[in-house]
Design a protein around this ligand. Structure first.
Ligand SMILES: Cc1cc2nc3c(=O)[nH]c(=O)nc-3n(C[C@H](O)[C@H](O)[C@H](O)COP(=O)(O)O)c2cc1C
Length: 160
């Protein structure tokens, strides 16, 4: 039996950010954002109107790892599920570590109709993990790079 179900309320209230785009991967304008849920708006600081029709590249910046986003594109074109992590930027310019899955949604045809991403800000979690790593090795290169990105933002904000 099919129970009555308001899928939009569920989508809007998921803990993870959800982003749905069209499937135009080629060109600087694509893919275009069709839908984002409330968690995604909260995470990025953008309003819904500021993201609608834009490309998710709006979240990228100085420390975004090109290899990670390059592998996303390659995996989508190979019909694979992408899972990765890189620096993204809130509307304020603040960097945060985005951890996300990205994959195609298929309708009845073999061609994808949407791309969807499940997105999470893991900056706090990584801060705890990498602080522990620094206790073991104060020269841990991954941890030092991570904290230098956050420090760079804090210093820039102080100057402004
Ligand atoms: C559904 C979807 C969500 C995406 N979300 C992000 C994101 O949160 N952060 C990000 O850096 N790139 C994200 N991307 C990747 C960029 O839109 C783009 O595909 C990527 O930068 C690779 O293309 P390029 O090499 O032409 O820039 C997303 C892509 C899709 C299809």
């Amino acid at each position: 039996m099919q129970l009555k179900f308001d899928w939009l309320i569920v989508l809007e209230n998921l803990r993870r950010g959800i982003m749905v785009t069209d499937t135009t991967l080629a060109g600087p304008a694509g893919p275009r954002i069709i839908y984002v849920n409330l968690a995604l708006l909260k995470m990025t600081g953008y309003g819904r109107d500021e993201l609608a029709g834009k490309t998710p590249r709006i979240l990228q910046g100085k420390h975004t790892d090109r290899a990670v986003v390059g592998s996303l594109k390659k995996q989508l074109l190979n019909r694979e599920v992408f899972h990765g992590q890189t620096w993204n930027y809130r509307k304020s310019g603040e960097p945060f570590l985005m951890n996300w899955y990205c994959y195609a949604i298929y309708g009845e045809r073999p061609k994808p109709i949407y791309y969807v991403a499940e997105q999470e800000d893991v900056t706090e979690l990584e801060t705890l993990r990498l602080k522990q790593r620094l206790l073991v090795n104060p020269h841990d290169p991954d941890a030092l790079t991570f904290f230098s990105v956050l420090q760079e933002w804090k210093s820039a904000r102080k100057k402004a």
